[in-house]
Design a protein around this ligand. Structure first.
Ligand SMILES: [Zn+2]
Length: 308
């Protein structure tokens, strides 16, 4: 079966200020790196209002719409901006993960990667932050649970920053298991091991600065994979951030492209063992253009291989 690549030109219309790390060139490099890979290319639809309301209150959506500029930029916090194209981009990002879940659960494709921006895992229920507007990974899980009627969905977030937004949305969702690994200390500062969710449904794995691939692999093998197997998810959502790469300017871990390849292969193998290989992955961070492009390519190649 195929692997879907869900994207849209609108993701290049979310513009950030000169010098901002979450920039248009990120997605351009990702898409360039995926040229020639045999993927089922799908256009990201706009998410429906009801989809967004699964994870954000109406007042938050109205607040964002009121803040969106007709020209120039609007600033939501120290590092989160809106340009005239941002809301369409964010809405299609949410639409991409919904479509990805629909395609994977219907058996149309084996798995899917959403090449989107802005990213999503820092967006809390009622707060945009950390470059993120809508909580895409949490939405993928909620859509699978509420719309498709699944009983257990796992989200694995290997972005170097804590997935605080995903944690905020899924904190009291006992049908979801969120596992997020992050450098500690690092912005946003949350994600300590004692944050375990309302139903012991959150696992925070902290990694010291300079953690390399060997230590990361040991941490995933000892903490993450057993927990996933015990939970027996019916689908795995991946918050795929590539900023734990040694070349990334925003953080201090020392993973390399092969570490992202290894981690993706392990997660796909567990998905094959537990849930017919159902994986939906969505792009989060990654700010060194070359490291991002190569790591994403390795990630998608593993999805493709697993889906064959
Ligand atoms: Zn990040």
């Amino acid at each position: 079966m195929a692997t879907a690549l869900i994207t849209h030109a609108a993701f290049l219309e979310h513009v950030t200020p000169e010098g901002h790390p979450e920039r248009v060139a990120r997605l351009e490099h990702v898409l360039h790196a995926l040229e020639g890979v045999e993927l089922q290319r799908v256009t990201a639809p706009m998410a429906a209002e009801d989809d967004l309301l699964r994870i954000h209150p109406k007042a938050y959506l109205e607040e964002l719409r009121a803040a969106a500029p007709d020209k120039g930029l609007a600033q939501l916090d120290g590092d989160t901006f809106l340009s005239p194209g941002s809301l369409e981009a964010a809405t299609r990002g949410a639409g991409a993960v919904v479509r990805a879940v629909d395609m994977v659960l219907s058996g149309e494709v084996a798995n899917a990667f959403c090449a989107i921006r802005p990213p999503g895992h820092h967006a809390e229920k009622d707060t945009a932050m950390g470059f993120c507007l809508f909580g895409n990974a949490a939405l993928a899980a909620k859509h699978a649970l509420d719309h498709h009627g699944l009983s257990r969905v796992a989200v694995v977030d290997f972005d170097v920053h804590h997935g605080n937004g995903t944690q905020d949305v899924l904190w009291d969702e006992k049908r979801a298991l969120l596992i997020t690994s992050q450098q500690m200390p690092l912005w946003p500062g949350s994600g300590k091991p004692d944050e375990t969710g309302a139903f012991d449904n959150v696992l925070n794995v902290t990694l010291a600065p300079d953690t390399d691939g060997t230590v990361m692999r040991a941490a995933y093998e000892s903490q993450v994979f057993p927990r996933l197997r015990a939970f027996k998810p019916e689908m795995i959502v991946i918050s795929a951030g590539f900023d734990a790469h040694r070349d990334d300017p925003l953080a201090g871990l020392n993973w390399d492209t092969d570490d992202f390849r290894w981690l993706t292969r392990q997660l796909c193998a567990i998905a094959a063992e537990l849930c017919d290989g159902r994986v939906v992955s969505t792009l989060e961070g990654g700010y060194d253009l070359e490291a991002l492009a190569q790591s994403t390519r390795a990630h998608v190649e593993e999805l493709l291989e697993a889906g064959k």
